[in-house]
Design a protein around this ligand. Structure first.
Ligand SMILES: O=C(O)[C@H](O)[C@@H](O)[C@H](O)[C@H](O)COP(=O)(O)O
Length: 224
């Protein structure tokens, strides 16, 4: 495992934002556009704040969530709202947001339109992921109804997912799309997630620790 440990969370967020912006700039040197794929949840806000001020050609960047909770954007659980408030502001307001939610009642109903919206933005250039203490990443939760499908090599890019560990239905990128990313960073903080990471790093079935699907490709960034 490629684990990077930082003296504190502030340092982690600064160094990670630097790395992600360098990855994006490098990609834009040789490609017309770059895709930055980002998590929701409570951890990445400070990285987004720092990135939003970075001087790069954001008009050539597509921003896509790893996964979305099936809630309206007015909900405080909306990952899209988090991106709009913390990342797609300042200089980064010029980036293009690729939606992962529709006004449909269920993710199954929105799936086809959202999958069409992914055309031209894959593979992911720079992938930032989070992880839960149950070792889920994106919305690949242990015990989720579509987990085996989402982990399979022939999975479609987007999957509707319901899981005991998730408060609402989700839509998530599948394991093959996450694994195809050119650069992958996993952001975790705190002792509970460190212990979970160590457990995931031991051999075992991916379905019991879905983060294993990407662990071999990822730079892992941790601070207490
Ligand atoms: O919508 C989500 O919940 C995510 O994208 C999810 O995969 C997240 O990254 C982890 O659950 C960690 O979440 P925290 O940062 O809140 O611990």
């Amino acid at each position: 495992m490629d684990l990077h440990t930082y003296p504190d969370r502030d340092m982690l967020m600064m160094r990670l934002a630097d790395r992600i912006s360098a990855d994006l700039k490098e990609c834009l040197l040789t490609h017309d556009r770059a895709t930055l794929c980002a998590p929701g949840g409570t951890t990445p806000g400070p990285v987004f704040d720092l990135l939003s001020a970075v001087d790069l050609d954001w008009s050539r960047v597509d921003v896509l969530l790893n996964d979305e909770r099936w809630v309206p954007e007015t909900s405080e659980r909306s990952n899209t709202a988090l991106l709009r408030q913390r990342l797609l502001t300042g200089r980064a307001a010029a980036a293009r947001l690729i939606p992962l939610v529709t006004g449909d009642a269920t993710p199954e109903e929105g799936l086809a339109a959202l999958t069409e919206g992914l055309e031209g933005v894959l593979p992911i250039s720079v992938l930032l992921l989070g992880m839960g203490e149950d070792m889920h990443t994106a919305s690949l939760f242990p015990g989720a109804d579509q987990l085996d499908f989402a982990l399979s090599d022939n999975a479609p890019p987007l999957i509707a997912m319901r899981a005991p560990g998730a408060a609402e239905p989700r839509i998530t990128l599948s394991a093959p799309v996450l694994r195809d990313a050119m650069k992958t960073h996993l952001l975790i903080v705190g002792p509970g997630k460190k212990a979970a990471l160590e457990q995931a790093d031991r051999p075992g079935p991916v379905r019991e620790a879905p983060v294993r699907a990407i662990l071999g490709n990822a730079m892992v960034h941790w601070a207490a």
